[in-house]
Design a protein around this ligand. Structure first.
Ligand code: FAD
Length: 469
């Protein structure tokens, strides 16, 4: 059991980072206690902002000694409440660990501290002539440590994998305050258990990630984009299969959007309808090539075949980067645009790719049975079988009454996911939000193994208690 830190303990924590990096003022702590979805409002006695791995180690050593609970926080863009403290925990904000330590062009790797934002990591790779392909709409704020702790996905998993696949080594401070330096840059290493993979996706419950060695890739010479209007989800599946077959690894993005989502973005967040007529569904597609001229031709052929065979209703292919960014905006703003339409019940689920159309049909029908008039906005990473199955309140309905039905709606949607062999958290993690549900839905063997790992690495339970497990 953890204990609420006494004023003396708080003073000892503050001395580790210096008073100006130990926040106790209510107003100053505000941004660390609210989150993007406004679902959780946190409380904490103190926010600590360490400036080095040694300071993180000293904080965890003291936390372990005094049984103080600690919530690691990166960019605070997490969507399941994992980074929010709920009372006596102190917040460990990693944003000052923001150094790019090394870019190794020979080895195609980059070593960065955990508080580097994803967009800064991408920029560092780009300025060295390389690509770091992890890409999320929150990339301006989220941090590498948070990305690894959540095993973030995003829009290019299709081609490059998720955060786990992009990581070669980690530096982690353990609950005891010991530092594990696993910053290896090896592509092959079979010398026992792969410890880094325990920490990746552990949501701050097993250790604090302080640095990582990441994989870099050649920058594509050409990225061609298309925005296709589609009549049905089966047409989306046909287009995806064709693109995958024709382009192979050059297919780097295949995102699904419903008409209602595009309308929400255009109405509330700027942008315009790229096609002259409305279509029930849209796909945003990128092909990347390492020689000029190949991707655009290949994508034009794929779209041409789709139009010829009748499963693409219409399409736009931008001719400039600015036009491509306008299309990308429609997808990236889709989550935020829903806020303007009242309450939204969110799901981040995955099913086998081929089952996506059947899943969306079944889940939409289940929602309509529960709340007639509720507006489903299923969008996202079609090519990974990962759909953000969001449900916006019926127009004009009472927001609080609608949101009060979150559990009931989620239960119905997640039951369908389970029947299809899917996951109730494809990329956002478990955090506070899905903690009880995974305990019900995972097998007892799996839950016992996870609890045993937690007990072995954090015997006093000081790391992010009440999250994930
Ligand atoms: P935080 O929110 O600060 O923390 C998240 C979790 O990680 C918490 O449990 C926290 O305790 C832990 N943690 C943070 N830093 C560390 C550390 N250094 N060591 C140990 N534990 C740590 N996610 C996707 O996967 N794909 C998407 O496409 C995507 N799109 C998004 C779009 C928007 C608009 C928003 C707001 C969010 C989106 N997310 C997405 C969710 C979120 O951005 C990711 O989960 C991201 O990886 C969180 O990073 P963060 O630095 O903000 O972490």
């Amino acid at each position: 059991m953890t204990e609420r830190p006494t004023p003396e303990t708080l003073d000892r924590f503050a001395r580790i980072v210096g008073e100006k990096n130990a926040i106790r003022d209510e107003a100053e702590m505000g941004p660390y206690l609210t989150e993007w979805r406004e679902r959780y409002r946190g409380r904490t006695p103190m926010v600590l902002k360490p400036g080095s791995t040694e300071e993180v180690a000293a904080i965890l050593k003291l936390a372990s000694e005094t049984r103080t609970a600690v919530v690691p926080q990166g960019g605070n863009t997490g969507l399941v409440g994992g980074q929010i403290p709920f009372g006596e925990e102190i917040v460990l904000a990693l944003s000052r660990l923001n150094r790019i330590c090394e870019v190794d062009l020979g080895g195609n790797t980059m070593t960065v501290e955990a508080g580097v934002t994803l967009s800064s990591a991408q920029a560092a790779a780009e300025s060295a002539g390389r690509l770091f392909p992890l890409s999320l709409a929150s990339e301006g704020s989220c941090q590498i440590g948070g990305n690894l702790a959540t095993n973030a996905g995003g829009v290019q998993v299709l081609a490059y994998g998720n955060a786990r696949d992009l990581t070669l080594g980690l530096e982690v401070v353990l609950a005891s305050g010991e530092v594990w330096n696993g910053l290896k840059a090896l592509r092959k290493d079979n010398t026992g258990y792969d410890l880094k993979n325990l920490f990746i996706g552990s949501e701050g419950t097993l250790g604090v990630i302080t640095a990582a060695t990441l994989k870099l890739f050649p920058q594509p010479k050409e990225v061609a984009t298309a925005f296709a209007g589609l009549a049905t989800l089966e047409d989306a599946a046909r287009l995806f299969n064709l693109a995958r077959e024709a382009a192979g690894p050059a297919l780097t993005l295949f995102e699904l959007m419903p008409r209602i989502g595009v309308e929400m973005v255009v109405n509330h967040m700027g942008g315009r309808d790229p096609l002259s007529e409305p279509h029930p569904w849209y796909a945003l597609i990128d092909l990347s090539a390492h020689q000029e001229g190949i991707a655009t031709d290949m994508l034009a052929q794929i779209i041409g075949r789709g139009v010829g065979e009748g499963f693409v209703a219409d399409a736009a292919m931008p001719t400039s980067l600015a036009q491509a960014q306008t299309l990308r905006h429609l997808r990236e703003a889709m989550s935020e645009a829903q806020k303007f339409e009242g309450g939204s019940i969110k799901h981040d689920v995955s099913v086998p790719v081929a089952a996506v159309p059947a899943f969306i049909a079944a889940a939409s029908a289940a929602v309509e049975r529960l709340i007639p008039g509720a507006r489903t906005v299923p969008f996202g990473h079609f090519g990974d079988g990962n759909i953000h199955f969001n449900v916006t309140q019926p127009a004009g309905a009472d927001k609080a009454a609608f949101l009060a039905r979150w559990e009931e709606v989620s239960e119905a949607v997640h039951d369908i996911v389970a029947e299809m062999g899917g996951s109730i958290s494809a990329e956002h993690g478990v955090g506070r939000m899905k903690r009880e549900e995974i305990a019900r839905r995972k097998s007892p063997v799996e839950m016992t193994l996870m609890r045993q790992i937690k007990a072995a690495l954090d015997p006093r339970g000081i790391l992010n208690p009440g999250k994930l497990l």
